[in-house]
Design a protein around this ligand. Structure first.
Ligand code: ADP
Length: 496
């Protein structure tokens, strides 16, 4: 049995802006089910504290001149303990965890997540009075990047694992911030937290963690190259013997077409009648014409370039000529939001757009759509392509990152062995995406073939069990590495 402190800036169902929350809400449960002792550490955001029941103050500790409270609760619907870091004026504001109402990052984000890291270190060293010392501190994304360096020199420290959920967000701040945070001077080095004369939180994890991993094997390889390395490729290549990829699982209880309370008509692989009824319900909900047999295409996600939403927009003039309808749910870049709204106005019975975040609608879309579009430019893991397959919705994905690892293309070979579960295309170009759409439509016209694709996707196992076991192996490797050397300082090439 391993004791794991899981440090994260978001966890479903408490607060979610993206896939990190899904992982944080699922992996600790899967590890607990396998007999491990996991505690989640996260900020006590205003919205979270307003919603949480049965929360109490576990300890109060003094840090510098401030009094910090660690509240204790359980992740709703589970026995997993959550510790929430509170300091007046720091996390207790409402809204997005990272951004103010103006859409800009909170001005004190560096201070906020440095505080989270410092508390993780205190708990990691069993210095807050919990009488609980983790074997491993599992850090996630840049918000937790200062944990491994701050632990590095501490005698008897736990092992550290740093998971990259998205390398594009690195937590980069001006040099002055480094001074303001009072970080040890030795960290101001390109071998440590400095990144082109700026402070980079994520580098802390990449340089100092005993083990680094990311959320799919393909992305773990991709980020060591120039195209996807976001400037970190040199460093990641240096650490390649400590870098691996573990594909995310999905929450198979929340995303279960047979027992999903958020969809009107449950269904399963042996009875797909409910899927047709959900399609009708979705078309009705979105105001789309429900009198034809057109394929219903869908897309859910952040409306940002990463997700290739611009590619979808670019082919809309062609899509409206084809026998298909399109539903888009998302929020993000205002110019994409506006363009999509205009298209929906022009073609009200063919294109429907819902701007905003809507968990219930996202379930209805997965349940009711025929095809799911995910033409990401890069995709560390991605979740919707897995939800889609589980709900019998055929995904069209680009061959990158986790998409490449979780969808098998409907080519002749894969179809012959019954393994095909989607359409996979290579380049982030309009022509390839359109070609993939046409391939999907051609298969959609052949009901037997289409059903085979659907059923192959529905039969796949995307549960957390296997991935959680891989994390346990990773924790063991991290502990062995920590035992071998407590110093992980690297000499990096200037090209990092
Ligand atoms: P990322 O973390 O890069 O945003 P992922 O595919 O890993 O992408 O995870 C995104 C998660 O957020 C998925 O669970 C997806 O369904 C959900 N999601 C994204 N946008 C919306 C939205 N507008 N409404 C509901 N759910 C959304």
């Amino acid at each position: 049995m391993k004791k794991i402190l899981f440090v994260t800036s978001e966890a479903y169902p408490l607060i979610k802006t993206g896939g990190l929350a899904d992982v944080s809400g699922s992996l600790p449960l899967a590890l607990t089910a396998q007999g491990h002792d996991v505690r989640i550490l996260m900020p006590a955001y205003g919205d979270v504290m307003a919603e949480l029941e049965n929360v109490h103050t576990a300890v109060r500790i003094k840090q510098a001149n401030s009094l910090i409270e660690i509240a204790e609760a359980h992740l709703p619907g589970s026995g997993v303990k959550v510790w929430l870091v509170a300091q007046p004026g720091v996390f207790d504001r409402r809204g997005n965890p990272y951004l103010g109402a103006d859409g800009q990052p909170w001005a004190d984000n560096a201070e906020r997540f440095a505080l989270l890291a410092r508390i993780a270190v205190e708990i990691g060293l069993n210095r807050v009075g919990f009488r609980w010392k983790p074997d491993v501190v599992h850090c996630n994304d840049w918000q937790t990047g200062l944990v491994p360096p701050l632990l590095e020199d501490e005698p008897g420290r736990p092992a550290t694992v740093f998971t990259i959920h998205n390398l594009a967000y690195q937590g980069v701040f001006p040099k002055e911030t480094f001074k303001r945070l009072g970080l040890p001077q030795r960290f101001w080095s390109y071998n440590a937290l400095e990144f082109y004369d700026q402070l980079c939180f994520m580098k802390g994890g990449l340089v100092f963690a005993d083990r680094v991993n990311t959320v799919s094997p393909t992305y773990a390889t991709e980020i060591q190259g120039d195209e996807f390395g976001c400037g970190m490729q040199g460093l990641l290549r240096q650490r390649s013997d400590r870098l691996s990829g573990i594909i995310n699982g999905i929450d198979t209880a929340a995303w279960n077409p047979e027992g999903d309370p958020l969809i009107p008509h449950p269904f399963n692989a042996t009875n797909l009648a409910g899927k047709r009824l959900n399609k009708a319900a979705l078309r009705q909900r979105m105001g789309l014409d429900d009198s034809n047999s057109d394929a219903l295409f869908a897309s859910i996600g952040r409306l940002v370039q990463q997700k290739g939403i611009d590619l979808i927009i670019d082919i809309l003039p062609e899509l409206v000529k084809l026998p298909l309808q399109m539903v888009i749910l998302g929020s993000g870049d205002k110019r994409y939001e506006q363009t999509l709204s205009q298209w929906a106005k022009l073609y009200p019975d063919r294109i429907a757009v819902s701007l905003g975040y809507d968990e219930r609608l996202s379930h209805l879309i997965e349940a009711g759509a025929d095809v799911f579009l995910m033409p990401s430019r890069f995709e560390p893991c991605g979740l919707n392509q897995m939800y889609s397959q589980r709900y019998g919705t055929v995904p069209i994905v680009r061959q990158v990152g986790g998409l490449a690892d979780t969808v098998s293309d409907a080519n002749a070979t894969n179809r012959a062995c019954g393994n095909a579960s989607g359409i996979v295309f290579r380049d982030a170009s309009e022509s390839e995406l359109l070609d993939a759409v046409l391939r999907a439509l051609a298969l959609y016209q052949e009901p037997t073939e289409w059903e085979k694709l659907r059923l192959a996707g529905m039969a796949r196992d995307f549960s957390w069990q296997k991935s959680a076991a891989q994390y346990v192996s990773l924790y063991k490797l991290a502990i062995a590495d920590r035992n071998r050397s407590t110093k992980t300082m690297l000499s990096l090439s200037a090209s990092a």
